[in-house]
Ligand binder design. Sequence first.
Ligand SMILES: O=C(O)CCC(=O)C(=O)O
Ligand SMILES: [Fe+2]
Length: 328
Amino acid sequence: MSLIQSAAIAQSSFQDIPIIDVSQITNHDPSIRRTLALEIRTACIEVGFFYVINHGIPENLVEEFLSQTKEFFALPLESKLKIENKTTPNLMGYSALLSGNNDPNGGGDFQEGFEFTAEPLDNSGQKSNVNSIGRNTWPSGLPKFREAALRYYDAVVNLGKSLFPIFALALELDEHFFDEKTNNAAALMRSLRYPPQENLKDEHVIGIGAHTDWECFTILWQEPGIQALQVLNSEKQWIDAPPIPGTFVINLGDQFARWTNGIFKSTVHRAINKSDGCRYSIPLFVGANWDAKLDPIPGCVSSDRPLRYEVITAGEYVKAKLAETYKH
Ligand SMILES: O=C(O)CCC(=O)C(=O)O
Ligand SMILES: [Fe+2]
């Protein structure tokens, strides 16, 4: 069945998020790759979200960065504000509670964050760490933070790189289709702390308000034991996406929706921490090169399914979204 036909009959009234075993993601056997791609294709067309298990990312890398993240957020506010994202040229660094607002109808996101991008681990801090997004800004007084962050980052980026060829197969394209559109992309990682909102009365100010992600896809680690993330289905029901130990959540973002003319879903989601303690999560946003055009890929536009989005570059799109989210 063609992509457009599959999209036309897709059921997006999902009640749960599929779990996909990606242990074979680097297997070269074409039939194994096709089977995995088909499973991912269905999840992308119907849900826009899936969990991955057997992804190969060592647990200790997560634990080490999580423990550094907890130490960072436990610093006094004035220390964190020394590296506030609003004071850096590229919005890297610390974002305070309520400083961002992902939902234009919301009153600000009730989370703190630390954002960074690629940087060689052995770099002595010279010019080479400037990529298309620019330099990172690291906290001082936490000697293990940078290394733990970058080791974890590299492992998750590698999973991201192995997903692009499978997404291409899922879209009936050559496996290398996305190579030149993504070979110079700088993925952004954020570690996040959500204070408890146990007795939430005002749904106007929640951990992260209803939004879609802006890049191609997101690889999200969530702290086990605390339900917070919810995903909106086509019936406008919020479906829980609970943390499942040993998994990551993968969700598609707007860049994939634009490339596929909406066939791959960039699904609305939000997070609310209703537990009685802080909740941590760590998304990695994997985007296209900033100069890559978000024009529809073959097989996604027809007379029945006309072009839905204006064609712009990934960089133009993300910059506009950043300006909207951090405007106040
Ligand atoms: O913390 C979460 O579970 C979701 C975070 C998220 O949606 C985002 O940062 O875009
Ligand atoms: Fe998100």
